[in-house]
Design a protein around this ligand. Structure first.
Ligand code: ATP
Ligand code: MG
Ligand code: FE
Length: 358
């Protein structure tokens, strides 16, 4: 069995062909990262236009590299939720035309479920397992109970972790920093933090008094922005021109983000244990999303999983960020269980805002 997976929910146009062992036969990815970095954020019609310009080529490349003809495909899987409406629409329109032309079954995919399940392509992880997804658009903790069964334990009440790092990086003009010009905000902060003193600034960890598993990053962003403005005034430099303590700010910020994520994850682990929701044998925490490629955050999470006896699994960075492979893999998982497979003639809509139930 061969599945073509197509991803266009946000700012990457991705496609991949996988077989049912999870072998990647061919893949292609076009990232819009640089365009959005230059613009200072994602402008949805721009993202839509870039998906439109690239989707045929990306899908064709994935197919060519795989050596699989459209007629040999078992099904086509495409992200339909959640994401930017304009971006989702391009992938869905393309896929609907493709499956009608080649008369192939269509499998609509939930982007966050795909992030959560990618790990099973690489390691034999059984359900249920705990999953932490921290990316540019999401921060959430959920219990994965089956390929289409997720219990939401907590999510961000305001901004996502990655978005917060990106906005602070922009406030610090890190793009003008010689070593950071082509890095995302989160990558730039990780790099600079290595040489910074995290104790030079103190940012309060969010939600200290709230005993749930939700996240909040807006207050932290505010604290950091105030500290930056204060330093700029003290040093008499223009907005965004701070040089002296940028590395210290990066280190203190990264530490606070890591500590907030680790504390909420710890609560989720304790909750699941107290309710008997995790297996006795080899209980696992899976971490994914772009922010999960941060080494400092991974190490902080390792402290939590070691202390609670959980096994920590973080897929390699390339599988943590958006791509067609994870969509194709979710399609394979659904094919194996015969779940959510539609005929090429059935009507499907995208759903920009669709999350897990809590
Ligand atoms: P979503 O998957 O929620 O729709 P997205 O496509 O923006 O959103 P990803 O592509 O998974 O998310 O990840 C991008 C985010 O990860 C950015 O916010 C970026 O700053 C952050 N990020 C990437 N690398 C690192 C790193 N090393 N440390 C911290 N954050 C990082
Ligand atoms: Mg992305
Ligand atoms: Fe994503």
């Amino acid at each position: 069995r061969f599945v073509l997976g197509i991803e266009t929910s946000c700012d990457e146009t991705g496609a991949a062909v996988l077989d049912d062992t999870g072998a990647i036969l061919g893949e292609s990815l076009h990232s819009q990262k640089q365009t959005h970095l230059d613009a200072g954020g994602i402008i949805p019609p721009v993202a839509q236009q870039l998906h439109r310009e690239n989707i045929s080529r990306v899908v064709q490349e994935a197919l060519d590299r795989s050596g699989i003809e459209p007629s040999e495909l078992t099904a086509v899987a495409t992200t339909v939720k959640p994401g930017l409406a304009l971006s989702l629409g391009i992938g869905l329109d393309f896929s609907r035309k493709f499956v009608r032309l080649h008369e192939k079954p269509f499998i609509p995919i939930h982007h966050m479920e795909a992030h959560a399940l990618t790990v099973r392509m690489l390691h034999p992880v059984d359900f249920p397992f705990l999953v932490l997804l921290v990316s540019g658009g999401h921060s959430l903790l959920a219990l994965a109970k089956g390929i289409d069964e997720f219990l939401l334990l907590g999510q961000t009440l305001d901004a996502a972790a990655g978005d917060t790092l990106d906005k602070i990086a922009r406030r610090l003009s890190l793009r003008n920093h010689p070593e950071c010009s082509s890095l995302s905000g989160g990558q730039a902060i990780e790099l600079l933090a290595k040489e910074g003193d995290r104790l030079a600034f103190h940012f309060k960890s969010p939600m200290g008094q709230l005993y749930d598993c939700n996240f909040s990053f807006a207050g932290l962003r505010n604290q950091v922005t105030l500290a930056i403005s204060k330093k700029e005034r003290e040093e008499g430099v223009e907005k965004g021109q701070l040089l002296s303590c940028v590395k210290d700010i990066a280190a203190a910020l990264q530490h606070t983000v890591a500590s907030h994520i680790a504390k909420r994850t710890h609560r989720a682990i304790l909750f699941c244990k107290s309710k008997g929701l995790l297996p006795q044998h080899n209980p696992t925490l899976v971490v994914s999303g772009g922010v999960a490629s941060n080494e400092y955050i991974r190490q902080t999470l390792k402290i939590v999983t070691d202390a609670t006896g959980l096994h920590l699994l973080c897929p390699p960075s390339k599988f943590c960020t958006d791509n067609g492979v994870m969509i194709a893999w979710n399609g394979i998982e659904r094919l194996k269980q015969g779940k959510g497979i539609m005929s090429h003639s059935e009507e499907v809509n995208y759903e920009p805002k669709h999350y897990f139930r809590s």
